[in-house]
Design a protein. Structure first.
Length: 190
């Protein structure tokens, strides 16, 4: 059986420095924006499955009912999570994405990629169909960046452009906090 590639969508909320977390990995209150949370939860509710690292998750009451790929280096093959039959523990260094997606047994569908840094980077290589980047005006200096190198040697825009993504549109999510969501797509899809 041939499994079709899913639509791959990324979702991240960042500080003005491009950070998704504090240096110790905590999701900062400064970038918790209710309008973004509502946008994000609606997106993961529509998705067929979610991909996240061991320390990232989308949360919410429905999280345990979602199909999921949890990226981890702690396994050497694709294995079911002992705590949830809808979850597969996936080491991308040992198993190709197509095999991991196929094991979820979802025909077509949408995969919502929700972080962290290394997960967002991996899917830059696999290929996003759309990356929804929520930008806040909040400051989180010296945190964990959305992509490796952001804040040190590159901007978010430079990383996205290097991987063939271009900004399609921007819309205001919350005027009170000046929070916007940007829609990044492959250049050919502009």
């Amino acid at each position: 059986m041939t499994v079709n590639r899913p639509r791959i969508e990324g979702y991240a909320v960042i500080s003005r420095e491009g950070m998704i977390a504090t240096a110790d990995g905590r999701f900062p209150d400064e970038i918790r924006i209710p309008a973004d949370h509502q946008f994000y939860q609606a997106a993961v509710d529509r998705a067929s499955a979610v991909a996240n690292g061991r320390h990232s998750a989308e949360g919410g009451a429905k999280a345990k009912f979602r199909h999921r790929l949890v990226l981890t280096r702690r396994v050497d093959r694709l294995v079911p999570d002992p705590g949830n039959p809808r979850v597969l523990l996936w080491n991308p260094a040992a198993t190709p994405f197509e095999e991991a997606w196929g094991r979820l047994a979802i025909e077509n569908g949408t995969l919502a990629v929700v972080g962290g840094t290394d997960v967002f980077e991996l899917f830059l290589t696999i290929g996003y169909d759309t990356f929804y980047l929520t930008r806040t005006a909040a400051s989180v200096p010296r945190g964990r960046p959305v992509f490796p190198g952001v804040g040190e040697r590159a901007t978010v825009e430079q990383v996205m452009a290097r991987h063939g993504l271009a900004l399609r549109r921007t819309r205001l999510l919350d005027p009170a906090t000046n929070t916007v969501v940007e829609e990044w797509v492959p250049r050919a899809a502009e």
